[in-house]
Write a new protein. Structure first.
Length: 313
């Protein structure tokens, strides 16, 4: 049982903060990844507002555990993140162009601060919550079907950033045959069909979220909805295949906003992967569809992963 607010907590703890486009969530965890407390607040745009909200949530968590000292603080945040320097570049949805968030937060919180890209943090968090066992020199992958499309690659239990930090940016592999324009400047990026922003653009609805509406219409036999859903699923399957064939992960965890469509969406993905493999002994033997795991729903995997990243940096 976690300690009550009146008890003193002496074991080393970490705080993880997940900065999202609509909310910022922070958790306090112990060395085993158990969540001891959590706080959240709506997201406000700009460097100063984001810094204020991060420090406020961390201070609230520490105040709730008298005697607790944060050994480390991890922040998962969208955009181009230099995890070595703790500097964020171009987090457009947050109104941030450049921000040395690690140094500024550390000065206010008097604790070491480590910053990760939000998808990389979610990859660590999903693996921790699901209890996925890591093996030396073996990779695991987390594919995030959120506002954008990206993958977090975990190798030997640690985030694989690549040489320049763009490891896992599968959303900007330009192999999608419809050749839609992408904000990155290319055409045909997988993100233009296999992401939340893509579904909202391709299937606009007046009320509610686009993906559940698209799935519901497809399940009633609506031909246009099924055509559109097939396009989305095909993009997801290409992303899964590319990740599997380039990285050869033991597990492929799929999460993000699109997965709120539930099991029928996963059923479509696995069915299409099997169909794509049916004419290829090579793909059949790779058994890509059997490596897929759904990310845990309703758990703060981004914040948990950010805390874990700070512990093992």
């Amino acid at each position: 049982m976690p300690p009550t607010p009146t008890q003193h907590y002496c074991e080393p703890i970490a705080i993880g903060v997940d900065v999202g486009g609509t909310k910022i969530e922070a958790v306090m965890v112990d060395l085993h990844g158990n969540v001891l407390a959590s706080q959240r607040t709506p997201t406000h745009r700009g460097n100063a507002a984001v810094l204020h909200d991060i420090t406020m949530l961390c201070q609230q968590l520490i105040a709730a555990r008298p005697g607790a000292t944060a050994q480390s603080i991890g922040i998962g945040i969208p955009g181009q993140v230099d995890s070595d320097s703790g500097v964020i570049h171009s987090a457009v949805n947050l109104g941030i162009s450049e921000f040395a968030v690690a140094d500024e937060a550390a000065a206010l919180l008097h604790a070491p601060v480590h910053v990760e890209n939000d998808v990389n943090a979610a990859a660590l968090g999903a693996m921790a919550v699901l209890g996925v066992s890591t093996r030396p020199n073996v990779a695991d992958a987390f594919i995030n079907l959120g506002t954008g499309l990206a993958a977090g690659i975990i190798r030997s239990g640690r985030i694989d950033h690549g040489a320049t930090g763009i490891c896992g940016e599968i959303g900007h592999i330009a192999v999608e045959p419809h050749r839609f324009a992408c904000p990155c400047g290319q055409r045909g990026c997988l993100e233009t069909v296999a992401s939340g922003s893509a579904v909202e653009r391709l299937w606009p609805v007046k009320h509610g979220a686009a993906m559940p509406d698209l799935m519901a219409k497809a399940q009633t036999g609506d031909a246009k909805a099924n055509e559109m859903l097939d396009m989305v699923v095909a993009g997801v399957c290409r992303a899964v295949q590319i990740t599997a064939l380039c990285v050869d992960p033991a597990t492929i965890i799929i999460g993000g906003g699109l997965t709120r469509a539930g099991q029928p969406f996963f059923d479509r993905i696995t069915a299409m992967l099997r169909e794509l493999a049916s004419g290829s002994a090579f793909l059949t033997s790779a058994a890509i569809d059997r490596r897929i795991i759904a990310a845990p729903a309703g758990r703060p995997i981004g914040a948990i992963g950010a805390a874990k990243a700070a512990f093992i940096r």
